[in-house]
Structures are given as structure tokens and as C-alpha cells.
Design a protein around this ligand. Structure first.
Ligand code: NAI
Length: 346
């Protein structure tokens, strides 16, 4: 075990490079205490290699906590592929990545994350068996984002009931930061439940669609965190809750899909001090990993997956109970709860 400054110790980190395809990837295995490390692959542009390494390490630790809290028989890992600057052959690049995954001999299992698609996962199948998130004929599988969105939705329902004292989402105002794969599905679930949406995305077409189809109010990307709403759902990238943004937040409840929403642990304390209830990202966004994990194990039907994802709402209720009992913050209680489960499941 070794640690990098400011990062959790990892069991194993593979730096994979392939000159022919331009692949530069980091495969981070944080913990295999509960089973093989399972977590998606991010395909993204980074300022430098250290930034990519830091992202991979933070995300993989988050996967250990997420998989443990979701009671999955898997450890935590994550991969990051640095998007090549110039032209590249995508299938060849992902084939090279698939070979890197295979070289870990099952210590790490991959799936989709930001920037990767079901087609990338499908293409990788020729190189490695340790891949999930692939559509299957006659069985559930593939894109995990609708399941992630459902988990966030049931978390918002539970939080609104327990923290805001409202039994239904009818008329509840929700700000959505990011209308991507997860954010869009979440917006649809919320709209159906009668919530009033305020949305922002850097992609104007997605915003226009939400206005037209879901009656959403659009605000700028710099305004969304300050919106006058009951609930804030960060569904873009990480670290949106930080020393600059927290004083401006008007929502009473925060629950969203984005990984690593808190820039630092202290930001969780700052939210609590402002009377804002933050439901930890890795608790509420576990729907996708529940889906790809079941798919990987060839377990259950769609309805069983949905039932398991819906249990995230019960865990939110249990977390809020624990927070009251321990007079602490949701972020700190969830962290300790998850860490107590970083052992082989019985
Ligand atoms: P995505 O890439 O499909 O969507 C992200 C959206 O955010 C895009 O529409 C993008 O234009 C928008 N965006 C980027 N910067 C923004 C900004 N500053 N303000 C407003 N919008 C901005 O990604 P996806 O799959 O929806 O994931 C969203 C987040 O949820 C990510 O942090 C991801 O790691 C996390 N997550 C996703 C899961 C999944 O099943 N897809 C599972 C668990 C976590």
C-alpha cells in the first residue's frame, strides 16, 4: 500500500500507455477487500497527467465507499483515459484500454462513466471479459444512467419527506446542474412527479429541450447553484460544492449524481452549518453500479434491479437517523458507515 500526497492509499495503480493508439490511461484499484474493484472508465481532457492521476485516485476511493454502502460484493476502482489531443482511432484506443483491463486479471472491472459509451464497452469485449454496461438481447443491461437517475430520484423523495416535511414532490422546486445522461432522466422523473425544474447546462440544446418538453426554467451555468429552489441536484462534474459556492446556495437539500461534489470534507461541515442537508453523492448515485454489477453477475430481472436501486431511498432514511443520533454531518456519518463495510461481505 502506498499513498500520494492528499490521496488515499491504493492497492494497485496501473499506468497504461500504448504508442500506436495514443492510449494513456490510469487504472486505479483502491480496495479489493469486498471483491474485485468495480468502477467506470472516464474519457476526458486533462490539463496534465498528474490531474488525471488525481482524478482517478479520488474517483476510485469513492467507488469503494459507494460499493460498500450499496452492499455490493465488489471493491472500488476506477479508470481514466486521457483524451488524445489530435486525431485518434476510437475503437483501437478502447481495444488497447481493454488489453490493459485484461492485464489486471480481474482485479478491476470496468464500465461506462463520463465520456464513454455502451459502444466503447461492447468494442472492448473482444479484449477483456472484465467489462460491463453492455446492452443484451432479452435481458436488462447497457447504459446505467437511467438507474443512476432513479436512485437519485428516490433519494430526493426521501430527503424531501424527511428534511423538508413534504410528502410529495408536487410543486417542489429543483435545480438541476447538468442535463446529460443522468441529469436528463432525473429531470423526466422529477417532472412526472410534479416538481418545478430550474436547469442549466453548457449545452444550449439540452436546455432548450428541457424548456420545451419539461416546462423547465433555464438559468446560466454560473447561476444554477444560487437558484431560489428547495432542492439542488448537481449532475455535471465534481467539486461544485466549495468555499466559493456554498455561501450562495439557497436550496435546503442537495442530492445529485455527480461524483465528488464536495471539494473538501470541511465543505460538508460548512453546508451543515448553513442548515443545508447534503446527501452524499456516493450514497445516492449508486444506481448505475448496482445495474452494471447485476449485469456482470448475470443476476436478476429489470424489476429486481429497480427494487435494489429503490433501496437507496431507505438508506438515505437510515443515514439521516444516524446523523441525528450521532450529532454529526451526513458526509461524515456516511464516510464512517461505508468504511466500516470495507471488509469481505459475509
Ligand atoms: P454526461 O457527460 O452525460 O452529462 C454531464 C452534463 O453536464 C453534460 O450535459 C454537460 O454538458 C453538462 N455540464 C458540464 N459542465 C457543466 C457546468 N459547468 N454546468 C452545467 N452543466 C455542465 O455525464 P453523466 O453520465 O450524466 O454523469 C453526470 C455525473 O454523474 C458525473 O459526475 C458522473 O461521474 C456521475 N455519475 C454518473 C453515473 C452514470 O450512470 N452515468 C453513475 C454515477 C455517477
Amino acid at each position: 500500500l502506498f499513498g500520494l500526497p492528499g490521496q488515499a492509499a491504493h492497492e494497485r495503480v496501473l499506468l497504461a500507455a500504448d504508442e500506436q493508439t495514443g492510449l494513456k490511461a490510469i487504472l486505479a484499484v483502491h480496495s479489493t477487500a469486498r471483491g474485485p474493484a468495480f468502477g467506470g472508465c472516464r474519457f476526458w481532457t486533462y490539463d496534465n497527467e498528474l490531474a488525471a492521476l488525481n482524478d482517478a485516485l479520488r474517483l476510485s476511493q469513492g467507488m469503494s465507499l459507494k460499493n460498500a454502502l450499496a452492499d455490493l460484493p465488489f471493491g472500488g476502482g476506477k479508470a481514466v483515459i486521457i483524451k488524445p489531443a489530435g486525431h485518434f482511432d476510437r475503437p483501437a484506443l478502447f481495444a488497447a484500454f481493454g488489453r490493459a483491463v485484461e492485464s489486471l486479471q480481474g482485479a478491476y472491472i470496468t464500465a461506462e462513466d463520463v465520456g464513454t459509451t455502451t459502444a466503447d464497452m461492447l468494442g472492448m469485449q473482444a479484449q477483456t471479459q472484465y467489462v460491463s454496461g453492455i446492452p443484451r438481447a432479452g435481458a436488462f443491461g447497457g447504459d446505467p444512467s437511467p438507474k443512476t437517475a432513479w436512485g437519485v430520484f428516490v433519494s430526493i423523495q426521501a430527503g424531501v419527506r424527511l428534511q423538508l416535511g413534504r410528502e410529495s414532490l408536487e410543486g417542489v422546486r429543483v435545480a438541476l446542474q447538468g442535463l446529460g445522461a443522468v441529469g436528463w432522466h432525473l429531470a423526466e422523473f422529477l417532472h412526472k412527479a410534479g416538481a418545478k425544474l430550474v436547469v442549466a447546462d453548457v449545452d444550449a440544446a439540452k436546455v432548450a429541450r428541457a424548456q420545451a418538453e419539461l416546462g423547465a426554467q433555464a438559468v446560466g451555468v454560473l447561476e444554477i447553484l444560487k437558484a431560489d429552489v428547495d432542492v439542488l441536484a448537481p449532475c455535471a462534474l465534481g467539486a461544485s460544492l466549495n468555499a466559493q459556492t456554498i455561501p450562495q446556495i439557497r436550496a435546503q437539500l442537495i442530492a445529485g449524481a455527480a461524483n465528488n461534489q464536495l471539494a473538501t470534507v470541511e465543505d460538508g461541515d460548512a453546508l451543515q452549518q448553513r442548515g443545508i442537508c447534503y446527501l452524499p453523492d456516493y450514497l445516492v448515485n449508486a444506481g448505475g453500479i448496482v445495474s452494471v454489477a447485476r449485469e456482470y453477475r448475470n443476476e436478476g430481472e429489470e424489476s429486481a434491479v429497480m427494487a435494489e436501486v429503490s433501496r437507496i431511498g431507505e438508506r438515505v432514511a437510515e443515514l439521516l437517523e444516524r446523523v441525528k443520533r450521532e450529532d454529526s454531518t451526513p458526509a461524515r456519518v456516511a464516510d464512517a458507515w461505508a468504511r466500516s463495510k470495507l471488509v469481505k461481505p459475509v
